[in-house]
Design a binder for this molecule. Structure first.
Ligand code: AMP
Ligand code: MN
Ligand code: MN
Ligand code: MN
Length: 287
């Protein structure tokens, strides 16, 4: 691995079969290494059970590794994702917080299936479950895969637009972790908290300002600027936000699947030189 200051190809956000990705941690590691990733993080939703496999595979490939997680948070009536980087996945406080956060997923999934059945799509719970790798982590993505497979929609994007976004027939509101709790679990386990894909939320400017301010007040330190779900204009906007709020900048593909993800592992634009890369603050956590 090159010295961290010279490093450009960090990919610090992706998902395995331990949440809603379709590849195992070792397959992701191999794919990242083939694409020239120098430091890689696995950040499954609300789950760290894949970290051991990911680390072993990354080390065998000579690739730097950061243990990560992406925590689902409820903030101002919306879901916000907070990525933790450089966590200790064995910390009991983190493990217990994630366990609680995962807790309501099965109930929610059953309610989602009932509301889909009411609009003429039966069997969605069992159908989604066939795509699930981790029984504690049934997600909307697994429902989306079932709806594509069963011919109701042509791709997962269409499923979200028609059925799974807020206000659509299969959407079931859910209470996730509190922002302060998620940041605390990350910090207590030695990690650094990062706001994931900020352009993906539907906040008013006031709400967004509140998110960034409260995030900082709780000890959050970073924001994703370059992510698979940001346009070029959004990357520029959140580069400015990172500087305005004094946050470190992160870069991650949010890769889920070779056929569904917009962005390949390790193939994002570089972070602008005017930003402070988050991995510089994580040198002692790279494994
Ligand atoms: P959940 O945690 O069960 O609410 O599922 C959230 C996941 O759904 C996200 O992590 C994404 O992987 C996926 N997702 C959300 N919105 C979309 C969308 N518009 N298109 C495709 N996938 C989406
Ligand atoms: Mn996901
Ligand atoms: Mn996310
Ligand atoms: Mn993600």
């Amino acid at each position: 691995m090159p010295a961290l200051h010279a490093l450009t190809n960090a990919d610090l956000h992706c998902h395995s079969t331990f949440s809603d990705g379709t590849l195992s941690p070792p397959s992701l590691a191999e794919r990242a290494a083939l694409n020239g990733v120098e430091v890689w993080a696995l950040t499954d939703h609300d789950e760290v059970a894949g970290i051991g496999q990911a680390r072993t595979a990354a080390q065998a490939l000579g690739m730097g590794f950061l243990a990560g997680v992406e925590i689902s948070v409820s903030f101002a009536g919306q879901v916000v994702h907070i990525v933790g980087l450089g966590v200790d996945e064995t910390d009991p406080r983190l493990i217990e917080g994630l366990r609680q956060t995962r807790g309501g997923r099965e109930r929610r999934a059953r309610d989602m299936a009932a509301s889909l059945a009411a609009v003429g799509i039966p069997g969605a719970f069992e159908g989604a479950l066939k795509h699930v790798g981790n029984p504690e982590l049934i997600s909307r993505t697994h429902f989306a895969r079932f709806l594509v497979e069963s011919g109701h929609c042509s791709d997962v994007g269409e499923v979200f637009r028609r059925f799974l976004k807020e206000g659509k027939p299969g959407f079931v509101p859910h209470r996730w972790a509190a922002l302060g709790d998620a940041i605390r679990w990350i910090r207590e386990s030695g990690g650094l908290a990062v706001i994931a894909h900020p352009a993906r939320y539907d906040f008013t400017p006031t709400e967004e300002f509140a998110l960034f301010s409260e995030f900082k007040a709780h000890g959050g330190l970073g924001v994703e600027v370059v992510t698979g779900s940001h346009s070029e204009a959004e990357m520029l906007r959140y580069a400015d936000m990172a500087l305005e709020f004094g946050l470190l900048a992160s870069r991650g593909s949010d890769f889920h699947s070779p056929t569904e993800s917009r962005t390949e592992l390790g193939s994002l634009p570089a972070l602008s030189g005017r930003l402070n890369p988050v991995w510089m603050a994580l040198a002692d956590r790279v494994q």
